[in-house]
Design a binder for this molecule. Structure first.
Ligand code: ZN
Length: 430
């Protein structure tokens, strides 16, 4: 059955955040994603099938059908910062923005079915974190209410599956940085009641809950969870809210691992063994997350993948890939991906950081603890430069193709693309 996605009215434009100046995320990574105000490159995007995620061995020749498998599978991304350009720079969630890495048009083209939106408050608004968050959620809900036929904001796995069955694009909410609850358990409970289903206990800065990875590593800050932080972990367990340890200091991590009675997630982190950055997980941390039955969303940011990466080189390669791919017709997305992939293979560059290094991180986790704990947590639009081939959110299918080339089975790939997260989401949040 074909479903035409009616592109949504730019309801989020001209919102109440006009007083805020445009800017990148407070990320140590650097530059903004550029001008996001250009818009009207919109055209209808088609999806080819209803997603059921029940068929685990549908394809006999994955080399031939890698892209068909991608569009058949449920694909979930557990971390994306698009709400920042939407609310701070006037980007439109519903249109194909030249200046953003993601939006609804790119997600549909990239075969994404579920996006977990990062609810994040830039540090410069720290005097009113919680009210900022409430307005952010208001706006997302308004967008959903205006487009109930095509977009669903879900709070549990039953709602999620029902929305997927009806062919809708699904949004989930996760919060990044426990500073936003302003030391109040009541605020945590309000976040939950509004639909937020994970909380990253810290962002790069420490707060009333815990010490962050950056502060612990780069500034020698001591301490793990505070007393309040321990109460937050227990309350999140009671509420059915996932504890996100991306950005969390290692001392606090081990206290969470000890304290939590539910699976732990890292919504957007990679492996320290392959790229020793404070944002990445050591092998012992990966084993602890697996032991909890948890989940790790692989981050596309080159800094967490390649210790020697150079953003200028990557952007130059991406520009070539993006321009080269624009010549191919995308009415048939499988064919489009075959042509794009062939083009990329014929124009491989030794410069920049290849997606192969990202797949190495997936391999590392698989070899360490198995495939059941791996997913995708792109960090798109979080002021990041992604690896060469993943130049924007239309490029998720290239990951599936690479996994096939590495010998992953159809069942493995379906788990990585979305099945593993669905399992944890159902276990913790229902
Ligand atoms: Zn982050």
């Amino acid at each position: 059955m074909k479903i035409i996605l009616i592109l949504l009215v730019p309801a989020l434009l001209m919102c109440n955040f006009a007083c805020f100046t445009p800017g990148a995320k407070d990320n140590e990574s650097g530059s903004s994603s550029g001008n996001t105000r250009q818009t009207d490159t919109t055209k209808p995007v088609k999806t080819d099938s209803i997603k059921t995620n029940t068929t685990l061995n549908k394809y006999t020749d994955l080399n031939k059908d890698a892209f068909a498998l991608h569009y058949d599978a449920i694909v979930i991304d557990t971390h994306n910062d698009i709400l920042m350009p939407v609310f701070l720079e006037g980007a439109d969630l519903n249109r194909n923005n030249p200046g953003t890495q993601s939006d609804l048009v790119k997600w549909k083209k990239g075969g994404l079915d579920v996006q977990m939106f990062s609810i994040y408050v830039p540090e410069r608004y720290k005097s009113n974190h919680f009210s900022y968050v409430m307005k952010l959620i208001d706006k997302l809900e308004e967008n959903q209410a205006e487009h109930p036929e095509t977009f669903a904001l879900c709070k549990n796995s039953e709602e999620l599956q029902a929305a997927l069955n009806s062919g809708k694009f699904c949004g989930l909410m996760g919060a990044e940085g426990g500073n936003m609850i302003e030391g109040s358990m009541e605020n945590l409970e309000t976040l939950y009641s509004r639909g937020v289903r994970y909380l990253g206990l810290t962002w790069n800065t420490s707060n009333a809950i815990a010490v962050s990875a950056r502060d612990e590593t780069e500034r020698g800050k001591k301490g793990g969870l505070t007393d309040f932080g321990r109460d937050v972990v227990k309350r999140m367990n009671e509420l059915g809210m996932m504890i996100d340890v991306s950005h969390l200091g290692e001392t606090a991590f081990w206290e969470v691992a000890e304290l939590s009675n539910a699976p732990i997630i890292a919504s957007h982190s990679n492996t320290y063994s392959l790229c020793p950055h404070y944002r990445n997980l050591t092998d012992e941390q990966i084993k602890a997350i697996a032991k909890s039955g948890g989940y790790i969303g692989i981050n596309f940011f080159y800094k967490f993948i390649d210790p020697n990466g150079n953003p200028g080189n990557i952007k130059s390669v991406q520009s070539k890939y993006r321009n080269g791919s624009s010549q191919f017709n995308d009415d048939d997305l499988v064919k489009f991906n075959e042509e794009r992939y062939e083009y990329i293979q014929n124009n491989l560059s030794s410069s920049g950081t290849s997606i192969d290094m990202l797949i190495d991180h997936i391999d590392h986790i698989k070899n360490l603890v198995g495939v059941d704990y791996i997913g995708l947590g792109s960090d798109f639009d979080g002021s990041i430069t992604t690896v060469n081939e993943l130049y924007d959110a239309t490029c998720y299918p290239i990951i599936t193709k690479k996994l096939v080339e590495r010998g992953y089975t159809e069942e493995d790939i379906r788990k990585i693309l979305g099945g593993n997260f669905m399992r944890v989401f159902k276990q913790v949040c229902n």
